[in-house]
Design a binder for this molecule. Sequence first.
Ligand code: NAP
Ligand code: MN
Length: 269
Amino acid sequence: MKFKIVSKGDKRSNKIKATMKQYLIGFDLEYDREEPDLVISVGGDGTFLEAFHRYVHRLSKTAFIGVHTGHLGFYTDYTPDELEKLIIEIAKTPFQVVEYPLLEVLIRSKTGEKEDRVLALNEAMIKTAEGSVVFDVKIKGEHFETFRGDGICISTPSGSTAYNKALGGAIIHPSLEAIQLAEMASINNRVFRTIGSPLILPKHHTCLLEPIKDKSFLIAIDHFTRTYNNVKSIQCRVAKERIRFARFRQFPFWDRVRDSFVAEEQGNL
Ligand code: NAP
Ligand code: MN
């Protein structure tokens, strides 16, 4: 089996990377930057997002796993204490795989250039550099609302605990193939009216955003933001690709949610 380790770059993560690399090579596993079967991310969720985007072109062939060197992460749920056990488990391949849904975003331009297709693990956020965004929101080809506000966040189930949560969106279990639309400060008056609550769309229900005024947008895909000019439409739906996680032990999603957001509080009571 071929593996690759992506480190956050700090001293502690680099040290863990070096240890894991040395032991795994010792178990006759091959270090391969180009075509790894397993990508091990060492750092935080941000590091994991980087690792995901680096190997997003070979999702059907690469599985991911995350070791956290800071606080418990949603993608990096293995602790440095478990390193020895983890190394042995990895060396014993084949491993069990768990799949999570992804978001597909298609950005079409007015100038007829080839559409841009990107996959997000957490979310796509559509904003402008200045003022508010105005676009028609179509769901399954039907006009749903005309949105005016700071922007819209469209998240995956595993991304629902990230930016989406800060916007008041629901936490969605990643076994559900869905995407969630959460509004960012919508303007509601006699001219503009939006639903006002997050929407959860199932697989095959496509959401299309068609700009009315400005055609220039900032589109943030996970940790990376790009400016798009002359935008004709932005289409979002559940992607046909999925991310594959290598699983060596159980750590149910709701336990991770509890341990990340509520567990400490309970201890203080
Ligand atoms: P960052 O500014 O370090 O990320 C903000 C926080 O979100 C970090 O604590 C990060 O964990 C955490 N995070 C990332 N993915 C998560 C997930 N799926 N569930 C729960 N928490 C998650 O930036 P970054 O590390 O490059 O990560 C980019 C992501 O941060 C974006 O996709 C966005 O969802 C999120 N974000 C959230 C807010 C907010 O909640 N108001 C603001 C900005 C960005 P680590 O510390 O382990 O990296
Ligand atoms: Mn981070």
